[in-house]
Design a protein around this ligand. Structure first.
Ligand SMILES: *Cc1c(COP(=O)(O)O)cnc(C)c1O
Length: 369
């Protein structure tokens, strides 16, 4: 891959393909695969990722909001797209662009039914979400009765899937909680399905669910973070390839004398003579202040260079003492080493946050070979 000459987020579609095949190999051949491409495909490039997933044979895509699905449709993506968190204000667009809403409450169902009547829709696909313990979005068991009454008396909408979401599928200390979610889902589907006219798909598992609870794969699984190269555990990470690499360059090198300070508010004071590099990436690019003051490191020529002092809006300073490098050299902020997971954990956060937070100021460079 080409050396960076400015800050770029490189998106490796072959790594995506590798990760996709890894997760496909962990599920039954008959289980459908939904690729989660919300939030710019976890901060990468949703159109490039969606196109690649379409070519690879994924069955479904999911985004969080309608605007994200519209962007994919405008780019020519044909796969069915589930919108995980649609809001009534965007129902018009949702229908215009043939996106499929997650219906998660009686109010949302009423609102969507009203629009469906106005537009004279016929058997428009919807997905019903049930709350089994995350307590975020979804119907509960007591709503099954009113829900079936509302749905069975009409032909405007057709339930194509019924799903739920796990709260702690990556946490092996919470197996009992997850098993309870699985049995709650099983229970709700067993009372709901016989009342429905159609036989919707069932789905429950996210990335860590696929890894830890493969018995609950039902008709489809939904993977996000795993596709981008992270499995929430080291043994899985080792078998995946990071899709995104944040690269930058050394803008300037300084020799700092013992006792001198670096950056705003003199947050770092040199306790010996050191050499620093200033890099053109800062909190406006998604490298938040929590990564400063030694919490995270970047690599230069394969060697660790800790971020020192406070993160600035457009720059960071790193300690390059002892590293053989010069102005203009490439710097890996995260990618293979450190991984986004390692970079994030230094500041007590998770790969999901650092990846999705890389701002749109950073050029995306898609590589497919
Ligand atoms: C984001 C999301 C996923 C993907 O989760 P990962 O842990 O990234 O695999 C799956 N399902 C729902 C409902 C989500 O919101």
């Amino acid at each position: 891959m080409a050396k960076a000459s400015e800050t770029v987020l490189e998106i490796d579609l072959l790594a995506l393909e590798h990760n996709y095949r890894f997760f496909k190999s962990r599920i039954k051949q008959t289980t459908k695969f939904l690729g989660v491409v919300k939030a710019f495909a976890y901060g990468s490039d949703s159109v490039a990722i969606a196109r690649k997933l379409e070519v690879l044979g994924a069955d479904y895509l999911a985004v969080a909001y309608v605007s994200e699905g519209v962007e994919l449709r405008k780019a020519g993506i044909k796969l069915p797209i589930l919108v995980l968190h649609p809001l009534p204000v965007s129902f018009d667009n949702l229908i215009t662009y043939n996106l499929e809403p997650n219906i998660y409450s009686i109010k949302i169902l009423k609102d969507f039914l009203r629009v469906a009547k106005e537009k004279e829709l016929n058997q428009y696909p919807i997905h019903l979400k049930f709350n089994t313990g995350l307590n975020r979005l979804g119907f509960t068991e007591i709503e099954v009765e009113v829900l079936t009454d509302m749905l069975n008396g009409q032909d405007r909408l057709e339930v194509v899937s019924m799903f739920s979401h796990l709260a702690a599928s990556e946490d092996l200390n919470e197996i009992a909680f997850t098993e309870k979610q699985i049995s709650t889902f099983q229970h709700i589907t067993s009372i709901f399905l016989p009342k429905l006219k159609s036989r919707p798909m069932l789905h429950l598992l996210n990335t860590s669910g696929i890894i830890n609870y493969e018995k609950a794969q039902y008709d489809m699984v939904r993977s996000g973070i795993g596709l981008y190269g992270f499995g929430n555990e080291a043994a899985i990470d080792a078998q995946l390839k990071p899709v995104a690499t944040l690269k930058t360059v050394i803008s300037q090198i300084h020799t700092i004398k013992m006792g001198q300070s670096i950056g705003y508010n003199m947050a770092y004071k040199a306790e010996a003579d050191i050499v620093t590099a200033t890099l053109p990436v800062g909190h406006a690019d998604g490298i938040g202040r929590q990564y400063g003051n030694g919490k995270a490191y970047v690599t230069i020529q394969g060697q660790k260079a800790p971020i020192i002092g406070n993160v600035c809006m457009d720059m960071i300073m790193v300690n390059i003492t002892g590293i053989d490098c010069k102005e203009g050299d490439e710097v890996i902020v995260f990618g293979k080493r450190p991984t986004a997971e390692e970079f994030a954990s230094g500041a007590k956060t998770i790969s999901y946050e650092i990846l999705t937070g890389i701002s749109q100021r950073v050029t995306r460079l898609v590589v497919d070979n």
